[in-house]
Design a protein around this ligand. Sequence first.
Ligand code: ASP
Length: 431
Amino acid sequence: MSVSQQVFLSDAMRRLNLTRDIFASRIGVKRRELDAWLLSEESRHYRPMPDVVHRFVTEIMENEPLLKKYAEAAQTGPIRDRIAINGKHQLLSVDQFTRESVEDLFRIADLMQPIARRQKVSRVLEGAVLGNLFFEASTRTRVSFGAAFCRLGGSVCDTTGFTFSSMAKGESIYDTSRVLSGYVDALVIRHPDEGSVAEFARATNIPVVNGGDGPGEHPSQALLDLYTILTEFSRLGKLLDGSHIALVGDLKYGRTVHSLIKLLALYRGLKFTLVSPPGLEMPSAIIDQAAKHGHVIEQTNSLQKGLSGADVIYTTRVQKERFQQEELQGYVPQFQVNKSIVDAFCRDDVIIMHPLPRDSREGAHDLSVDLNEDPRLAIFRQTDNGIPVRMAIFAVLMGVESLVQHSLRDVTWFPPTHVGPDDTLLPGIEY
Ligand code: ASP
């Protein structure tokens, strides 16, 4: 071999566009074995790779069609390999997705709908345990992740808040993550610091899902939001490509909109209107990332201007808990998305969304309850979609998605036909 084994293998993985995990499984060796081959010869853990592997890899590299086939296989293999981050089956950011992989994930979410609607049960994750670690307030995300795991046959261990965790005794993220990896098979983590979930993820090889890292990202929320938009558009006979999305409220600290705009930017020719009170505008790095895909992005402090002609209004809560020096200005009653403004400036087929919770306290001016009986309000259809989408995330990360279809059995109990007494019956939406 003229070049070192380390250079030879790194070059092969780069040219084949494969992560270490995928490369190891392609050539039929354990990841640990490959890691040892990739060390420098001076390392005491270095191992020479067998001659047969060298010959096999050389053959692929020297054969153009084979090289292309292998490189393409990385785009068409299991979703968990295509969205892997640092060679691990973890979900930390929506940046891990392409339009193809996100739509593949949604096909799995569709497959989960009969389970989410309580018509069928499945036990594909029987025996698996989820650790749900929430160091910040949560109702929906924590319970829906837990319910999604249970509905696939797994069990859940929950811990909430710093006070009752060993982090209150000064334990590091690394130690907590490593310890829990010995107890559970997957982790969902919410933490107030941006980047903290990635730190947990680096300290373990088990699947980790970012359940919200401070003002950073909330990938599972954005996935269920996009799934909701696509489902609603399909009912309305609309296409997402070329549509107008208004994002409203605290766009500075709202992590759901940070993830959502990046995911929506994978589509074509969108118009975004970003409507926020002064001082709570979306960070420019996120706008620039979305703008690179050629979308029209307009920023305004005027609700009327931002909502006019929108196909989707996505409203958010003001994240006061994340404020540093900001004074909340301009968040006046005229900033509230309510029935009169929607009637005056939007079409009949607009859909109104919110990641929830909405702040219903006096003077909060969050999304008004006077839209509750308006079929354009999609917030509860949106929360319902949290279950199939999160089930799909687990099935993909744990590699069981192909087992779901054949695992389905009828439920034995009698669930109500509509879970909410005020649910509007809409053609094209099954409850
Ligand atoms: N539930 C969402 C989140 O955790 C939205 C919010 O809290 O306003 O980011």
